[in-house]
Design a binder for this molecule. Structure first.
Ligand code: PEP
Length: 252
């Protein structure tokens, strides 16, 4: 069955004590909330994973890393493997964020390897895709999305696919305050679901969670989440304050 998810992506924000405090606040608010209609995840820096895992109830709030290495182990100074992430008790990893693709030159081939390693280590993957403004203006949205998803994910089996969540994040909407309209977002989400249906069939496509990301906030979340193919959000800036984040979590 398709699950609604609201996941925070804290990016490179908060010290460990600040992050622990934020995670505690989110977990307390989620525990106190009645009848939530979505799963809640916090995506924290590597340094925070173990400390945050100790203060959350993982049954109530999932825990995601924001990246993992494209190698199993060894002489890769500064890298963090999928096995290391899993050993902290995290249950998700965000992969393919446009900031990683853009600033750290992550290629579809590298992401394919990261996805495989994450799944082998029992992590669920929140896989990001999305077009730049130039690509949108050039009418290339569908080509970009299709390439990003098929090149890094379409080698998976249907069984593995059950552990994939897609996040559509138009790059021009990330951290800019410019949200895609709910119609613009729905159009791409429906296209993504169609791609998944072509590859894995209607039933699996119907069960796939597709999140929207890009300046989602309490004031626009309800309209976005009301669309039939938008199953929640990947939230950057608005995930850094428990009150704002909960305003999105409760928007369903
Ligand atoms: C993100 O980078 O995943 C994101 C959605 O950021 P923001 O909500 O700040 O636009």
């Amino acid at each position: 069955m398709r699950r609604n998810i609201v996941a925070g992506n804290w990016k490179m924000n908060t010290t460990v004590p600040e992050g622990v405090q934020l995670a505690k606040e989110v977990c307390e608010a989620v525990s106190a909330a009645q009848g939530l209609k979505c799963d809640v995840i916090v995506g924290v820096p590597f340094t925070h994973l173990t400390a945050v895992r100790e203060v959350i109830d993982i049954e109530k709030v999932g825990l995601a890393a924001q990246n993992c290495a494209d190698h199993v182990s060894g002489a890769y100074t500064g890298e963090v493997s999928a096995a290391m992430v899993a050993s902290t008790g995290a249950n998700y990893v965000i992969l393919g964020h446009s900031e990683r693709r853009g600033y750290y030159n992550e290629t579809p081939e590298m992401l394919k390897t990261k996805v495989d390693l994450a799944l082998e280590n029992g992590l669920k993957v929140i896989f990001c895709c999305g077009e730049s403004l130039e690509e949108r203006e050039a009418g290339k949205v569908e080509d970009v999305i299709k390439a990003e998803i098929s090149e890094s994910l379409f080698h998976l089996t249907a069984e593995q696919w059950a552990n994939i969540v897609i996040a559509y994040e138009p790059i021009w909407a990330i951290g800019t305050g410019k949200t895609a309209t709910s119609d613009q977002a729905e159009e791409v989400h429906a296209f993504i679901r169609g791609l998944v249906a072509e590859k894995f069939g209607d039933e699996i496509a119907g069960d796939t969670t597709i999140l929207y990301g890009g300046s989602c906030k309490p004031s626009n979340a309800a309209e976005l989440f009301a669309k039939p193919d938008i199953d929640g959000g990947l939230i950057g800036g608005a995930s850094l304050k428990a009150g704002d984040f909960m305003g999105i979590v409760t928007a369903f």
